[in-house]
Design a protein around this ligand. Structure first.
Ligand code: SF4
Length: 330
């Protein structure tokens, strides 16, 4: 079956078999254009040519007791990064303002750590209420680590819309990248978030030494969990972390991975996330064929494309930024 036939299958509300999904992920170079155009067809059907911009704020940096091998903030990382405790309300409101100014539709507050304490939740409830008061249309996402239902519920009541907690990779490969918590711990958090009525944000990282079967496992797990928003990160190896010397990801493989997630999650938000600039390089514009969302202004401890540059790229590719409703009506 050709890739455009696979797109038609998806558009007629059928899901791909594992074998069909594998054919996308392992498409030969000569088929790349056909795959990415088929992914675009699905993306256009559900999201038009709009691109949502998201801005991350590293709300507590470093000092984490966990050992995620890809992360510069972990207990075992020797990376030279800025370390600071939970940011105050004024700083987080200023960062929300920066997100709005940059044209971001979603503001994501991310804390290092195994999970939020009751005090962290209390503080963030206050911050979120403040942000919502000032910017009612700004979508708010929190990424705070492992979380139970009562904490998720408090965030929901404060005005948080999404909680991010990435599965990162397959259940099989998970112990290779982290030993301080399990894949199942992460799945449990996603269930708690869903139960609290929040939208879920969960994706993965490619380029950590996983196999294609691991990427397929992750993609089908995300589909089975009915995740609303799916960030796909491309490992940016950071010196001083166990994956600091990881082999570079082939940009075509990165784009095929994004396409795979679009085929399996046709109407969901798929986001080209961390490591996009570093790994996809000159091909990064093609990320918005399958993805309908990108991050701007950098990541947790690595720099990224600035808002103006991202807007130019989006226009050059023939797409348009999904504007903040207040601006769109001007
Ligand atoms: S990914 Fe999160 S939990 Fe893991 S080491 Fe980094 S900050 Fe800690």
């Amino acid at each position: 079956m050709s890739y455009s036939h696979l797109a038609e299958k998806v558009l007629s509300h059928q899901t791909l078999t594992r074998e069909e999904a594998r054919s996308i992920l392992q498409a030969p170079l000569e088929d790349f254009q056909e795959v990415i155009e088929a992914a675009l067809k699905i993306r256009e059907h559900y999201h038009g040519r709009k691109v949502k911009l998201c801005l991350l704020q590293n709300t507590r940096s470093g000092l984490c007791p966990e050992d995620c091998h890809y992360c510069s903030q972990s207990a075992i990382s020797k990376a030279k990064i800025e370390k600071y405790s939970l940011m105050g309300k004024a700083e987080l409101l200023a960062a929300a303002h920066k997100a709005v100014e940059a044209g971001a539709r979603r503001y994501c507050m991310v804390t290092s750590g195994r999970g939020p304490s009751d005090r962290d939740i209390e503080h963030l409830e206050d911050v979120v209420k403040g942000v919502k008061e000032k910017y009612p249309d700004l979508e708010i996402c929190c990424s705070l680590g492992l979380m139970d239902f009562p904490k998720a519920k408090k965030l929901k009541e404060a005005g948080v819309g999404w909680v991010n907690h990435n599965l990162n990779t397959s259940e099989r490969f998970y112990p290779e990248i982290c030993q301080t918590h399990t894949y199942q711990d992460r799945v449990n958090t996603l269930h708690a978030v869903k139960e609290a009525g929040l939208s879920t944000c969960s994706g993965g990282i490619v380029g950590m030494g996983e196999t294609d079967e691991d990427i397929l496992d992750l993609a089908f797990a995300i589909q089975a969990l009915d995740i609303d928003s799916i960030p796909i990160n491309f490992l940016h190896p950071i010196g001083g972390t166990p994956l600091g010397q990881a082999e570079k990801l082939d940009p075509i493989k990165g784009l095929l991975t994004l396409s795979l997630f679009r085929f399996l999650n046709p109407h969901k938000e798929v986001r080209a996330a961390g490591g996009r600039e570093f790994n996809l390089k000159d091909l990064q514009g093609f990320a918005i064929y399958p993805a309908n969302s990108i991050f701007i202004e950098g990541y947790l401890t690595t720099p990224g494309q600035q808002a103006l540059e991202a807007r130019r790229m989006i226009e050059d590719m023939g797409f348009e930024v999904e504007e903040h409703p207040a601006e769109a009506s001007c």
